[in-house]
Design a protein around this ligand. Structure first.
Ligand SMILES: C[S@@+](CC[C@H](N)C(=O)[O-])C[C@H]1O[C@@H](n2cnc3c(N)ncnc32)[C@H](O)[C@@H]1O
Length: 276
């Protein structure tokens, strides 16, 4: 693409972002542009659209088309026990402290199709905490929330999930958590009996409860530093005194204003605890 064409493309994407906010109420203005441009280009190619004009017509005339555009922009890639060291750290450094509380509230923000949520629930069950824990599983995308509720994951990820489970300190046979069914694995629904699934947009929605632990991994990487700052402040306002914030390897509090309110619990896995 020539420089001039690139400028036109970028202006058209800005227009698209504004119009989506007006028509559908999704505000993508705080998403990193590099990622948005890449994803819009990919969507144009995959849908055989010839121009941004065609994309706009399709997206604004058909809500189902917008739905598939939303899937592209929000990046739902996930897996069970992703970065097992992170789950091992939760098990060793966070759950023993939470186990001293009579009731535990956890927010899994940007839970996608539920693999992270089920991994967390398995950890909580093995540490004897699941019964007294309420988890709020939220995502901007209602379609992935629906899938998360079903707890059915493709069997072709089984090898990775199994090794992730044991590397994260798994204490049982991983096979005891699911049944195989036509190329899928259906996980025990009892794992999510205390889970509330809820659409929540980190860019625009406000705080809705106070949590002992907030997990938000592989979500903020798609946001600009301004939007990240806003979300950190939302998390801070959604935590109990001495609450934990678990961001995982890819995101960090260190560059942000919010870091002043937290101590580092695990530097590598970016797990923090509120100072007061
Ligand atoms: C790459 S997935 C990460 C899933 C899981 N946390 C993990 O680490 O495996 C990112 C998720 O963030 C969600 N997301 C993107 N923008 C969001 C927003 N503004 N508010 C809430 N969730 C958002 C996407 O829909 C997607 O499900």
């Amino acid at each position: 693409m020539k420089l001039e064409d690139n400028n036109i493309f970028e202006q058209e994407v800005e227009g698209l972002i504004r119009d989506i906010n007006t028509s559908y109420g999704y505000d993508f203005s705080g998403y990193s542009r590099a990622s948005i441009y890449r994803r819009v280009k990919r969507f144009l190619t995959n849908k055989n659209l010839n121009s941004m004009r065609d994309l706009k017509i399709a997206v604004f005339s058909d809500p189902f088309y917008f739905e598939s555009f939303l899937q592209e922009i929000t990046v739902n890639v996930t897996e069970m026990f992703r970065d097992p060291a992170f789950f091992l750290s939760l098990r060793k450094n966070v759950l023993p402290i939470l186990s001293t509380y009579p009731h535990i509230k956890i927010w899994d923000a940007g839970c996608s199709t539920g693999e992270e949520l089920f991994s967390l629930a398995i950890l909580l069950q093995e540490e004897g905490l699941l019964e007294r824990t309420r988890i709020y599983a939220t995502d901007i995308n209602q379609k992935v929330l629906k899938k998360a509720k079903e707890g059915i994951f493709p069997a072709n990820q089984l090898a990775a999930s199994t090794s992730g489970y044991y590397a994260s300190g798994g204490k049982k046979e991983f096979t005891s958590y699911y049944i195989s069914n036509y190329g899928n694995l259906k996980f025990n629904s009892s794992l999510i009996k205390n889970v509330i699934f809820y659409p929540h947009n980190l860019a625009t929605d406000s705080s809705f409860n106070e949590f002992h632990l907030i997990l938000c991994r592989n979500v903020l990487i798609y946001f600009t530093s301004e939007l990240q700052e806003k979300v950190f402040s939302l998390f801070n306002g959604s935590q109990v005194r001495l609450g934990y914030l678990a961001l995982g390897k890819k995101e960090t509090l260190s560059m942000s204003e919010a870091s002043k309110s937290y101590n580092i619990i695990d530097k590598e896995n970016r797990i923090y605890r509120k100072t007061s």
